[in-house]
Design a protein. Structure first.
Ligand code: 5GP
Length: 209
């Protein structure tokens, strides 16, 4: 008999330097794989034009965030580019227990914390094809000030230095290729034998009869 595994969902962690195209890739993945739930983070960063509370982030004041840290509501949290970001423990655990796959779009510090508390998570790092392209994409966003862009570019080196800690690395050069790679990872994880054995127990019993 194979080792038994709970029917919990899989926790996917996706990180990248700002400007690598992570959110666009993740949103396209979620369209193709609607069974994955995206975790909405809490942040002290002010909303960009068009961003909505509860859809992109839960935007909160720093004092509120600090109280939430003290209350232990976060599965992980970190300071990134001068703002605080965190993932709700209850939301993620509830979805996983219900058997839903959950995706976290977080930085390397958060990914490191998640690997400790959820060693079964599957982590993916997205790289831009070049430094020039990273800069071009960051400036092209048009919603950040020159100061914010400079800070994010500067911080990208630190983020990239941690790429080797992740299970997979994807180069986002051609968008469709990168999306296919990301989807391939999700699909491969779903075909892992312990999970398949649980899901298809009736079929296997029938085939063995
Ligand atoms: P942005 O401000 O561009 O939306 O995100 C900035 C950085 O914060 C990105 O690297 C993003 O992945 C990261 N981030 C967003 N939410 C979280 C979170 O809940 N936890 C952690 N650790 N990082 C986050």
């Amino acid at each position: 008999m194979p080792q038994s595994e709970s029917a919990e969902g899989t926790l996917f962690v996706v990180a990248a330097p700002s400007g690598a195209g992570k959110s666009t890739l993740v949103n396209a993945l979620l369209e193709r794989e609607p069974a994955i739930s995206l975790s909405i983070s809490h942040t002290t960063r002010p909303p960009r034009p068009g961003e909505q509370y509860g859809r992109h982030y839960y935007f909160v004041e720093r004092a509120t965030f600090e109280q939430e840290i003290a209350d232990g509501i976060f599965l992980e949290h970190a300071e990134v580019h001068g703002n605080l970001y965190g993932t709700s423990r209850t939301t993620v655990n509830t979805l996983l227990t219900q058997g839903r796959d959950v995706l976290l779009e977080i930085d390397w510090q958060g990914a490191r914390q998640i690997r400790k508390s959820k060693p079964d998570c599957v982590s993916v790092f997205i790289l831009p094809p070049s430094r020039t392209e990273l800069e071009r994409r960051l400036r092209g966003r048009g919603s950040d000030s020159a100061e914010v862009i400079a800070r994010r570019l500067h911080n990208s080196r630190e983020e990239i230095a941690h790429a080797h800690e992740f299970d997979y690395i994807i180069i986002n050069d051609d968008f469709e290729v990168a999306l296919g790679d990301l989807q391939a990872i999700v699909r491969a994880v779903r075909q892992r034998s312990p999970l398949q054995w649980l899901r298809h127990e009736a079929l296997i019993q029938d085939l063995l009869a």
